[in-house]
Design a protein. Structure first.
Length: 181
């Protein structure tokens, strides 16, 4: 009888601990916005290479950091329309930083540009938008690098929460973003 109580108590504590971890991660209770690093260590270009599944932060051509990444379910080719699961290709900038993201932290990519909006309108559909570089969805941060086993975003660039914290600290608003095939 005592061993049954001990097992029940242990299982109960484990369930409470897991629930607490989930709640803290899901509602980002302990999240703080990372401070910017020194100017000399900030990127002046974010390079996204879709085929290589690689995001590189550069400063004057010097590699500051490189991160593996995930994309959307249709990673080949440029984004054509809303909901196509593709990541856009071209030259953009960081439009804003979002510390209250549904995916830990995020950087808004300035897609679509005027030409992409016009092309979508001419084709009779919406170009899509809300393309971000972001961490793992809140509540699932514990997945860590396992997220790289498949392309899971809706056309965004996905990295781990630790990686988006490092990227967020090294990138200013208006930093150029180049997304290559």
């Amino acid at each position: 009888m005592n061993s049954a109580r001990i097992i029940s108590f242990t299982v109960g504590i484990a369930v409470i601990a897991l629930a607490a971890i989930y709640v803290v991660d899901r509602w980002q209770l302990l999240r703080t916005e990372p401070p910017l690093v020194a100017e000399s260590e900030r990127a002046n270009l974010v390079l996204v290479e879709k085929a290589a599944r690689r995001l590189t932060l550069l400063r004057d051509g010097r590699v500051l950091a490189t991160y593996p990444m995930s994309l959307g379910p249709a990673p080949t080719g440029p984004k054509q329309r809303e909901g196509d699961g593709r990541t856009p290709e071209g030259h953009y900038r960081v439009e804003y930083k979002n510390p209250g993201s549904v995916a830990h932290l995020s950087l808004k990519v300035s897609y679509p540009d005027a030409a992409q909006q016009a092309a979508a309108a001419a084709a009779g559909h919406a170009p899509g938008g809300d393309i971000m570089i972001h961490g793992i969805l809140n509540g699932f941060g514990w997945l860590g690098p396992l997220h790289r086993l498949m392309d899971w975003t809706n056309g965004c660039v996905g990295v781990t929460n630790a990686e988006i914290e490092a990227i967020y600290a090294r990138v200013d608003v208006d930093t150029p973003i180049e997304i290559r095939p």
